[in-house]
Ligand binder design. Structure first.
Ligand code: GRF
Length: 222
């Protein structure tokens, strides 16, 4: 069964592009049915249009408060018969009303190994702390920011010469691998939210690509 998925963006949309590309595979359990942005000038909208995906801009500035914007968002998603939502660089905090309405069907990608470094400037903060591993996380969205149950993570080693930019460059490569894998798991029912925890319907190999797509890169760096 192919699930109809919406991707919500605010900017360049590189994760969006990786999801669109992955969903083109014949056996992928999701179809990217809509790309929606709260910023009409988001670069990602043009990228999605160019490959024939339906796009929509709902400018949050046109709404008096957070929830009225979220209600317009919800109506648009309903109109496109959307089953799951992927946040991909969507820079708006969603209301509790919206998050609860889409509970278990709303996921996000975050550029850190949560629960470390919620919020912004994750690469800079990781470098400042001197951590040796960093990475990215796909998680179900809950009202508390970047705090939802974890579906998949990829580990990226931090090397002494790293700058914020070099680390960001290696993390985004892993984001582009991880998000499609996680979306596949959600849409085929391998990972689902139950009582606030992620339940996996089949085991998976912790040394395999799902757990750490960075393994190959790490080995090269050693
Ligand atoms: C990514 O780093 C993602 O983890 C974060 O926002 C960034 C979006 O980048 N939530 P892009 O628009 O997908 O290129």
């Amino acid at each position: 069964m192919t699930r109809r998925v919406a991707i919500l963006i605010s900017g360049r949309g590189s994760n969006m592009a990786s999801l669109i590309e992955a969903a083109q595979a014949a056996d992928f359990p999701a179809e990217i049915a809509l790309v929606l942005s709260n910023r009409p000038d988001a670069e990602g909208l043009e990228r999605a249009k160019a490959v024939g995906i339906a796009t929509l801009a709902i400018d949050h500035k046109a709404f008096p408060d957070r929830e009225s914007f979220d209600r317009a968002l919800d109506a648009a998603l309903g109109g496109h018969d959307i089953a799951f939502i992927c946040l991909a660089g969507f820079m708006r905090v969603l209301s509790d009303w919206f998050v609860q309405r889409w509970a278990g069907r709303l996921v996000n990608i975050h550029p850190s190994l949560l629960p470390l470094y919620r919020g912004t400037r994750t690469h800079r903060r990781a470098l400042a702390d001197g951590v040796l591993v960093h990475g990215c996380t796909v998680h179900f969205v809950v009202p508390e920011l970047d705090a939802g149950p974890i579906i998949a993570q990829a580990v990226v080693p931090v090397v002494p010469a790293d700058t914020e930019e070099s680390l960001a460059t290696r993390v985004i490569v892993q984001e582009h691998r991880l998000y499609p894998q996680a979306l596949r798991m959600i849409c085929d029912g391998t990972a689902r939210l139950e009582n606030g925890r992620v339940v996996f319907s089949r085991g998976w190999d912790a040394s395999g690509t799902l757990y750490s797509p960075a393994d190959a890169e790490r080995n090269e760096l050693q």
